[in-house]
Design a binder for this molecule. Structure first.
Ligand code: DX5
Ligand code: ZN
Length: 229
């Protein structure tokens, strides 16, 4: 996985057909997705349950590019190896998930995956200030995690603060929640490069009719890149 700050669109399969993840991943990749974002929820850290490492492993062969696994679970550390073995390229843990995020990030890197750290809307940018050399990605939540299709919460000041804090380090800024062609330019201008989008990518399409996925991805990318279409 090479590093750059170009805009990357990461469809969240939380908005895909749960009975057909493999085909959904292949369809959005064929339609221009850069990364595939995989939301793992435990019904404890967040009030919703999705799936675990076995499902990630089953999806993996259907993804050619980056599998970006977002862990909304607590505790985290005992499961890191399982998600790494499942083929995650990026494993992101929440700073709020436990008292030892530093140890968690060390463990993620030791597993061979890139290490991401996510911040809930109520968590300040400063909470990751001492973690940036251990981190490959900072995920700024623009909704309270747990569900797709929620209203975007403006985190512009936090994104700008993180962008300044990161400086020249090869650390991605990812935005997760409520990203669509209206909100994408706001976060891109503030310094984000990875845009997660669930409902705004999967709406209107299906594996049998994937063209809308491509239109949706292109609309978000064009808006983020400042070329409104
Ligand atoms: C929320 C998840 C998001 C979610 C985004 O807890 O982490 O990845 O799927 O969905 P949309 O784009 O619909 O807000
Ligand atoms: Zn997510």
């Amino acid at each position: 996985m090479s590093f750059d700050r170009t805009i990357k669109i990461a469809p969240s399969i939380l908005a895909a057909d749960f009975a057909n993840f493999g085909a959904e991943c292949a369809a959005v990749e064929a339609q221009g997705a850069d990364w595939i974002h995989v939301d793992v929820m435990d019904g404890h850290f967040v009030p919703n349950i999705t799936f675990g490492p076995a499902t990630c492993a089953a999806i993996r062969p259907h993804i050619k590019g980056v599998m970006d696994v977002h862990l909304m679970i607590s505790p985290v550390d005992a499961y890191i190896e399982d998600f790494a073995r499942a083929g995650a390229d990026v494993i992101t843990a929440h700073v709020e998930a436990g008292p030892h995020i530093h140890r968690t990030l060390q463990a993620i890197r030791a597993s061979g995956a890139k290490a991401g750290v996510a911040l809930n809307p109520g968590t300040p940018a400063d909470s990751v200030a001492d973690l940036l050399d251990l981190t490959d990605l900072v995920c700024v939540m623009t909704v309270n995690p747990g569900f797709g299709g929620q209203k975007f919460i403006d985190m512009t000041n936090k994104i700008k603060a993180l962008r300044a804090m990161i400086g020249d380090r090869p650390v991605h800024i990812e935005i997760d929640g409520g990203v669509d062609p209206t909100t994408a330019p706001v976060v891109a201008q503030a310094g984000a490069d990875v845009l997660v989008a669930g409902s705004a990518v999967f709406r209107g399409g299906s594996v049998d009719d994937p063209a809308p996925y491509g239109e949706n991805i292109r609309a978000i990318r064009a808006a983020a890149e400042g070329t409104y279409v």
